[in-house]
Design a protein around this ligand. Sequence first.
Ligand code: PRT
Ligand code: ZN
Length: 210
Amino acid sequence: MIRLAIQKSGRLSEDSLNLIRECGISFLSSSYKLKTEATNFPLEILFLRDDDIPGYVQDGVADLGIVGQNVLVEAGFPDLEVEKLGFSKCRLSLAILRSEAYNSVADLQGKNIATSYPQILGRYLAGEGVQANLHTISGSVEIAPSIGLADAICDIVSSGSTLLGNGLREVETVFRSEAVLIANQQLTAEKQELLEQLQFRMQSVRRARR
Ligand code: PRT
Ligand code: ZN
């Protein structure tokens, strides 16, 4: 039996469940449950908040997980990634008020930047030789500039309409993300074999979708 953690309710949930189903795995799903067992594959599915998934897989509470690379890398466990899944594509971008002038990332020197991704942003700015004051906030990052809380933000963007609606413009792409399959690094031989079977099926599903 192998244990897979997926997001309980959010942007990754439906695509994660669909992928498992398309792999030919059946299970009884009910949205209020915390876990469920597959009926035709030795798989247990745990439903968790996405932020908790990398740590649980690192610690072996779950053997496998499906999570966005943004959350995985921010949590500090990039090495757990074993397979790109091709959904929930998005980017982590820097944005400023539309009325502000902007030439290059050097313009952010000494500025206040609000983000939920201080690790990824901090590394990016260090690589660009820019020193800024990062303010970590967990939600509603995009309203920070208009209420005077920050000069810029760094947040997840997909269509860009949230930025537009908050009078912001995207000025730099910091990180590109998609959903990935992650695995604990000390799986038993039996679990490793199950992981390989799952990866094989996931790759077939992706090929068939193209
Ligand atoms: O409750 P839990 O902690 O599990 O979920 P969550 O609220 O932290 O995460 P959730 O469900 O919002 O997102 C899960 C993952 O989906 C993220 O970590 C990303 O990997 C991925 N993803 C893909 C996105 C988006 N697209 C996205 N657009 N996550 C968030 N957004 C936000 C974005 O920040 C913006 O505020 O959606 C808003 C709309 O985006 P636009 O650009 O299309 O307007
Ligand atoms: Zn989350």
